[in-house]
Design a protein around this ligand. Structure first.
Ligand SMILES: [Zn+2]
Length: 398
């Protein structure tokens, strides 16, 4: 059944998506619904890949490189339903806002992007690929897999995370590093026979505090920051001297930092601070791992790491994007700035090197809150600007 790619239909589609809960790892229902909408809109090559990303394409009429439009299909938890003014899975529209979990992050923008691609059928020189990814909220397994697989090879990526109509060009990355201190467990009544792993904690914290004072700074993204956020002790018994203590570090890194660089630097500063350890003690440093199971049935052990990225504000693609979109007030090119939060752009640009910008309605301050909402008028304006943005990017890439 053919569907017309109008703004009104896009918002209705967004409402339906909000009504299908989709925490990370349970995106199957939403993915199926997106696929059927892609069919109705006349997209081609519609498929889901091994991890459950949904992909469709609008074929170009010429040879310009493809542009990839991307949102994610997972949403964060909703917490206590009673705390919401509008039901989190209601998809209500009232007082000019679309409400609910995912209204802004990111089912509203996902619907707009999918419809904007459909609206360009027969008008774009290059392909417009639409790929909505899984597990963005837990580090970006979906985007990583999509680009690693090589099944799409875009010349540029547009991420639909909220920008309030600005063009966003980067963000810091985030990694979780674990410093594991190994000792010898023993009965608390006989400390001499044990090696208490907790005894090493003060020196580890001091090393991290010193490292925190020596973080690089970027003119656009600000300073990298590292801080200890937890100490986990095993065994958990209060009358046992623990043989395993894990100090957890949250590190917001500048682009170009990778997991190996992070762990080797922590290893270096911690080892230097601890000096030679008596027999029975040991230290290992690694990225925190999380087991992630996709709705398609794959299980991955996954580093808790989202890379950062930054496009040069004077890059010709960024300038083309800003002038194609313009300001909603009508005066001059769109504002260009970084995001505060991390996105799948960390993978597309930070790791795979593909030029990436963000453009979407919505204000970052509503993301992940129980007041999540999307300004419908702003969404209408963004939807109207999307075709020019895609055409300008393809023009610049050609
Ligand atoms: Zn998001």
């Amino acid at each position: 059944m053919a569907k017309s790619p109008t703004f009104e239909n896009a918002i209705e589609f967004a409402q339906e998506l909000i009504r299908i809960p989709s925490p990370s790892g349970q995106e199957g229902g939403v993915a199926e619904r997106i696929q059927s909408e892609m069919v109705s809109l006349g997209l081609r090559d519609i498929r889901t890949d091994e991890v459950g990303n949904v992909i469709g394409c609008v074929q170009g009429t010429g040879t310009a490189p493809p542009v990839l439009l991307s949102c994610h299909t997972d949403v964060v938890a909703v917490g206590d339903h009673a705390e919401w003014e509008h039901p989190p899975f209601g998809g209500d529209i009232s007082e000019g806002f679309l409400h609910g979990r995912g209204s802004m992050d990111i089912k509203g923008p996902l619907a707009l992007q999918t419809y904007a691609a459909a609206a360009l059928a027969g008008r774009a020189d290059g392909d417009v690929i639409v790929a909505h990814t899984v597990f963005e909220e837990r580090g970006g397994l979906g985007m990583k897999h999509l680009l690693e697989s090589g099944t799409v090879q875009p010349g540029a990526v547009v991420i639909g995370e909220s920008t309030h109509g600005d063009i966003c060009i980067g963000h810091r990355g985030r990694g979780e590093v674990e410093v594991v201190l190994q000792g010898l467990a023993g009965h608390a009544s006989a400390p001499d026979r044990a090696r208490n792993a907790l005894d090493l904690v003060p020196e580890v914290l001091a090393a991290i505090q010193a490292l925190a004072k020596d973080q690089p700074e970027d003119a656009v993204l600000g300073t990298s920051s590292i801080v200890a956020t937890g100490v986990e002790v095993l065994p958990e018994s209060r009358n046992v001297i623990p043989d395993r203590v894990t100090v957890v570090l949250d590190w917001r890194v500048l682009p170009g930092t990778n997991a190996e660089g992070m762990t080797s630097l922590v290893k270096e500063v911690v080892s230097r601070r601890l000096g030679h350890l008596p027999d029975g003690f040991g230290v290992t440093v690694s990225m925190a791992q999380e087991r992630q199971a996709t709705y398609t049935g794959l299980a991955h052990e996954h580093s808790v790491f989202t890379p950062g990225f930054l496009m040069d504000p004077d890059d010709s693609l960024v300038l083309a994007a800003a002038s194609a979109v313009g300001r909603r007030t009508g005066d001059g090119p769109a504002a260009v700035r970084p995001w505060t939060f991390a996105t799948d752009g960390g993978w597309s640009r930070g790791i795979f090197g593909i030029p990436t910008v963000g453009f979407a309605p919505g204000e970052e301050r509503y993301a992940h809150t129980n007041r999540e909402r999307l300004d419908v008028d702003e969404a209408r304006w963004v939807f109207a600007r999307y075709p020019d943005l895609i055409l300008a990017l393809q023009d610049e890439l050609a």
